[in-house]
Write a protein that binds this ligand. Sequence first.
Ligand code: IMP
Ligand code: MG
Length: 203
Amino acid sequence: MQDDIDHILIDRHNIAQRVETVASQIMSDLLADAKGEGESLEITLVPLLTGSFIFAADLIRHLPVKMKIRLLSVSSYPGTATSSRGAQIKDDLSYLPASLAGQHVLVIDDILDSGNTLKLVSKTLAAMNPASLRTCVLLRKQRPEAMVFPVDYVAFDIPDEFVVGYGLDFNDHYRNLPDIVTLREEVIAQAIANEKAAGTTES
Ligand code: IMP
Ligand code: MG
């Protein structure tokens, strides 16, 4: 697995530092909300699976506030795809409460690329009438669609290249790498060739 890495883009120490900073931004915005409404603060977190599970796990331990966690499964990069194939919510939506009325909702995703995933999820959740709806991503790719997409918190802006590690996968692998890295081109080419040979490539 280590041999497949081209280079480290963001190392684990930088990630840990930045996660703490983003968490304190989130906390101060939430406290401002609570003050305005004179309510006791509680939030509903919606981490998008699978890519955000490590980021969400680290982030929530820096959010000292009462919270509910609703995991939501969304897919857009099946198998060896390295560009979006359109987002799809995979869960039966009945898993979410029928209404989010009065709740402060924070959606957490791993990476903002085409924006299809967050657009779909935000639209779905906004229709459930939350008191506030914010979005937080670990990474944002520096491509035009992503840079204009409205998102509340971004931990890192990165070049428009395919990355894995710290929850992000290629073909379901590499999520356990502690750093955010790029893969060698041959590794991606080989996986795509293997998939073609097995006749499983999606069109
Ligand atoms: P979007 O819907 O195009 O914004 O894509 C978001 C989803 O695509 C993310 O939640 C990831 O699961 C996946 N994705 C986009 N770029 C990458 C990448 O560089 N590496 C791994 N997964 C990615
Ligand atoms: Mg994802």
